[in-house]
Design a protein around this ligand. Sequence first.
Ligand SMILES: *[C@@H]1O[C@H](CO)[C@@H](O)[C@H](O)[C@H]1NC(C)=O
Length: 310
Amino acid sequence: MNENIKNRTLHGDFHLLAFSSYEEVRFLLFTGVLLMYVLTVLANVTIFVLVCLESHMHTPMYFFLCNLSVQDILYVSATQTKLMAITITGNTSISFPACFSQMFLFTVCLTTEFLLLTSMAYDRYVAICIPLHYSLIMRKNVCALLSAVSWSFGALNSLMYTLLLSNLSFCNSQEINHFICELKSILILACNDIKGIMNLIFLEGVLLGLITFVLIVISYMYIISSILKINTSAGRLKAFSSCSSHLTIVVLFCGTSLGIYIKPVSEHSEEQEKLLSLLYVAVVPMLNPLVYSLRNNDVQKAMKKYLKYK
Ligand SMILES: *[C@@H]1O[C@H](CO)[C@@H](O)[C@H](O)[C@H]1NC(C)=O
């Protein structure tokens, strides 16, 4: 029995069921994911290139946006390419190394995005609420530290889970009822005792997720209250609209991903969870560049400049 477990663990493939229960709309699904993927990559590459080219955009805010763009490109490339391949070919198998690599990258990006969004909210808080201290607080090395912490914490955290999960045996089923290899849907297939890891995920979700979420919301509350003190109603409206779109993204991203990771696993809700996951796996990375940058005046000006130049 033990030998058997080991063999299957070493040589088997996982199967990502993805959206195989929606066989009739396979091409529609493929086209949809392809469109979202292309749009996301294009928008994020545009931001990255613009910020690099424009020297007056070499400020903390745009550096963080650049980080977010790089993270989003990595995030969608790690997840949506395999999903597209599965939908178009119908071949659901994915090797163990590929599956664990995907899980590693996906978890790095997920954790890093939380921390980057928090850094960005803090940056905006300092810029709007205590503008006189901005250049003193958001010094170059402070920003570099914030971004280095975000990335290295994301990587270490993900490495820990990948190592923990790669020691498990998958002896019953190797069918992952999800469109990506992610922590929880792999965990529930293991025949080992997974209580410890489940508790760790829950604890981390509560600590890291809720704390960053609350910090972001508090930052924006301060921002909104200082916006209300602006005298002209046009200025107020403009600041308000950018603030509310940032908050929408944060609530959408944190709400869906945290909701799914904190709530206990149940077999009955897997289908809904899969659809809900599309929000933070595909929709948020696509909206990020639109909400944070492309609606921004500096970015629009820079874009016009380069389009004319051509
Ligand atoms: C990420 O942000 C840091 C700090 O602002 C910056 O130094 C770095 O160049 C950024 N990296 C990328 C890839 O945008």
